[in-house]
Design a protein around this ligand. Structure first.
Ligand SMILES: C[S@@+](CC[C@H](N)C(=O)[O-])C[C@H]1O[C@@H](n2cnc3c(N)ncnc32)[C@H](O)[C@@H]1O
Length: 269
């Protein structure tokens, strides 16, 4: 997974805390009941998946991810955690290897923003949900960043990051679109909300700077920036230094929204 794919507070560039169902899936937990079958779409390293499995036990959770390395990590995580009611498999959410109407719930954290055609993935998720089955999706919105202190090179670097994600078929501002996407996909009773990811302690601002450095150090970004005139080598170096200086400020703070939406599959497909 590239740095942009791993964006958020648990990217590949460093994990200052492991993703956790109590936090990332807080909006979805009230919809879950013991005995449910649940799909975690784009499950990544599996920590949220195992938390969801605890919530629906003795029901069963399946985690799918397109990246075999992620599935290997998730399987080891579940085995170390002793989570028995979970299985992981490599699968593309655009073409799920399940019959129609077999799951009570589908969850996707940090996935929709990476799908070149979110409608296709959501149609698959609707297909495998039972009538009135529940969906919960959650994505960041990179158009919502608060930065203190604020500076042009920091903003420029965020806009470069977003260009790179768009170039790879992703959607940096997916968060604000989730409600509309679920409605367009045919889910009913759709509602949305948001929470903030904040970086307001020394380890968190350092992690934020490390994450942005990892983007700016990506050789593909340098090549694309040169080819498309997005930024010069000197400008990219200036952005790097700006993030180092930002994180070193005692009052540095950053926050941005993660948005979520829930809905239900219709009673007839
Ligand atoms: C940002 S990570 C989020 C992982 C996990 N849900 C979490 O919140 O910790 C996005 C994950 O989606 C997976 N992914 C991206 N496109 C996918 C697709 N078409 N089908 C299945 N998984 C996909 C990536 O491999 C990656 O593991």
């Amino acid at each position: 997974m590239s740095a942009v794919e791993g964006s958020g507070h648990a990217g590949d560039t460093g994990r200052f805390r492991q993703r956790d169902a109590d936090v990332e899936a807080a909006f979805f937990l009230p919809f879950l009941q013991p005995g449910m079958t649940l799909l975690d779409a784009g499950c990544g390293p599996g920590s949220i998946t195992c938390g969801l499995a605890e919530r629906v036990a003795p029901g069963h959770v399946t985690g799918v991810d397109a990246d075999p390395a992620r599935i290997e990590t998730a399987s080891s995580y579940a085995s170390d955690a002793g989570t028995g009611n979970v299985a992981f498999l490599v699968a593309d959410v655009n073409d799920l290897p399940f019959d129609d109407a077999v799951f009570d719930a589908v969850f996707a954290n940090g996935l929709i923003e990476h799908l070149p055609d979110p409608h296709k993935g959501l149609a698959e998720m609707k297909r495998i949900l039972k009538p009135e089955g529940v969906i919960g999706v959650r994505s960041p919105d990179w158009g919502s960043a608060l930065l203190q202190p604020d500076a042009e090179p920091l903003r420029h670097s965020i806009s470069l990051r977003n260009r790179l994600q768009r170039h790879r078929g992703g959607h940096p501002e997916a968060g604000r679109r989730l409600r509309g996407l679920l409605i367009e996909a045919g889910f009913l009773g759709v509602s949305a909300g948001a929470s903030a990811e904040s970086h307001g302690a020394d380890d968190e601002t350092a992690e934020g700077a490390r994450y942005m450095h990892s983007i700016l150090d990506d050789p593909e970004l340098a090549r694309l920036a040169r080819e498309h005139g997005w930024a010069s080598v000197d400008e990219i170096e200036e952005m790097r230094l700006a993030w180092t200086a930002w994180a070193a400020q005692p009052g540095a703070f950053a926050a941005f929204f993660w948005c979520h939406a829930t809905g239900r599959a219709p009673t007839t497909p």
